[in-house]
Each structure stands twice: as C-alpha cells, then as structure tokens.
Design a protein around this ligand. Structure first.
Ligand SMILES: [Zn+2]
Length: 78
C-alpha cells in the first residue's frame, strides 16, 4: 500500500508500525494465523509457520485509532 492510510474516524494520516507480542523468549512481532487456535503442550498454541503473516498496524496520531493489516508483504513497502 503505497501512499498514506487515512483514519476512518478523524481523517488524519496514520503512521505505520507494529504491535509487540511479549513471550517467554522475548519480544516478537504480532502475527496473524488462519482458523481457530489449537493448544500445544510445548508452546501454548500451535503455529504453522508457512501460514503465518506478520501484522502491520497503523496508528492515528490525532485520535489514537489503530488499524491492522495482515498482508504477505510488508504493507508499508508497497
Ligand atoms: Zn484519527
């Protein structure tokens, strides 16, 4: 997505970023996975890495609204 994303609430230009997931092994980027979460004895939830898509989150600097996208490529690189 080249160009800018506009806030649906106040129409300000949103800034690109990402949401941190804090795990027992450190900080990770939030990821999207298809379907329902499946429990795993070792990791808490099963993750099929080939289907995981990193989440890009836009933030409105005016009202704080967050809008997330899970696209195969980084949305801010388009
Ligand atoms: Zn806004």
């Amino acid at each position: 997505m080249k160009g800018t994303v506009e806030c649906i609430r106040c129409h300000a230009h949103m800034e690109s970023g990402w949401v941190a997931d804090y795990t027992h092994r450190g900080v990770d980027r939030q990821n999207w996975s298809p379907g329902e979460p499946q429990p795993s004895f070792w990791t808490g939830l099963k993750v099929e890495k080939e289907h995981v898509i990193p989440v890009t989150t836009f933030r409105c600097p005016n009202c704080g609204y967050l809008e997330s996208y899970a696209l195969p490529q980084n949305i801010s690189d388009r």
